[in-house]
Design a protein around this ligand. Structure first.
Ligand code: HEC
Ligand code: HEC
Ligand code: HEC
Ligand code: HEC
Length: 168
């Protein structure tokens, strides 16, 4: 009887652990792929006045927007007042470790596939903890389209004299 109680207690704790485990961040991901020294953004931005004007920037000159050409600007995705967060269309703030929520607003089909492990990359255990790669680990959010691969030259046409002549 005593052992039965112990066993059910252990089971109870295990079940409880399983339920609480994985809550918090919905998907476990490696750290976002920031350039060195750029995060937290608030290091610079907390002392600056946000400027929503579409303009040529004197900072972040490595960023060139090639995404939904002409329709997007920085503060569609980056939060205006606290630059350490992204912003969804409905105004909710999102941590950079959950940037897939931002992408998922417009790329719902890819987001659905990503959650199932069909698009992107997922590693871990089939029946346990999994680690996902953020969309941003593969796609540059500012210029997400992959460069087209240069095609290899076509194979040479086989010619008669390429064969080894055995019986003349
Ligand atoms: C489509 C949404 C989107 C738009 C538009 C956008 N960003 Fe971003 N940006 C992101 C996301 C998502 C990341 C996070 C990438 C990561 O996880 O490393 C990011 C990262 C950055 C970073 C850090 C880059 C680094 O080197 O690590 C800077 C700086 C930045 N954005 C500035 C800008 C500026 C300036 C603009 C406008 C010219 C802009 N962003 C437009 C989504 C966007
Ligand atoms: C080294 C300081 C520095 C850091 C760190 C920095 N920024 Fe900036 N950022 C600036 C400056 C300066 C400007 C204004 C440039 C201009 O007006 O020409 C700017 C402008 C911007 C803008 C354009 C909108 C605005 O308010 O002017 C966005 C968006 C932006 N930064 C996003 C980011 C994000 C996201 C990060 C962190 C991932 C980041 N920045 C980190 C210095 C910084
Ligand atoms: C506000 C809507 C919006 C958001 C948010 C957004 N995108 Fe896009 N994205 C677009 C549109 C529109 C296009 C252009 C569609 C096209 O050319 O087929 C596009 C194009 C792309 C492409 C190129 C598609 C192709 O045909 O090659 C990729 C990859 C992509 N986005 C990834 C992302 C990622 C990753 C994020 C999050 C960091 C993101 N997008 C956030 C609207 C959005
Ligand atoms: C492990 C890398 C990886 C991750 C993570 C990833 N993608 Fe992709 N994505 C790719 C590759 C490779 C392609 C091009 C081949 C293809 O179409 O499947 C692509 C293609 C796309 C396209 C263009 C597809 C088309 O039909 O033309 C979109 C849009 C896109 N991804 C969005 C996303 C979004 C949104 C996320 C996150 C929810 C994401 N991707 C996560 C690697 C990745």
């Amino acid at each position: 009887m005593k052992s039965l109680i112990i066993i059910s207690l252990v089971l109870f704790v295990l079940i409880l652990f399983n339920i609480t485990n994985g809550k918090g961040n919905e998907f476990q991901v490696p750290p976002p792929p920031f350039s060195e020294g750029i995060f937290p953004c608030s290091d610079c931005h907390s002392a600056m006045e946000p400027n929503a004007k579409h303009r040529i920037l004197e900072e972040h000159t490595d960023i060139i927007l090639h995404h939904d050409e002409g329709n997007r600007w920085c503060l569609d995705c980056h939060n205006k007042d606290n630059r350490d967060y992204l912003k969804l269309a409905d105004g909710r703030l999102v941590d950079f470790s959950e940037s897939y929520k931002l992408c998922g607003q417009c790329h719902g089909d890819k987001y659905r596939d990503w959650k199932l492990g069909i698009h992107g990359k997922r590693t871990g255990f089939w029946n346990g903890q999994k680690e996902y790669r953020l969309c941003a680990h593969c796609h540059n959010p500012h210029s997400p389209r992959f460069k087209e691969l240069k095609p290899e030259p076509a194979p040479l046409k086989p010619q008669k004299d390429m064969r080894v002549k055995k019986h003349e």
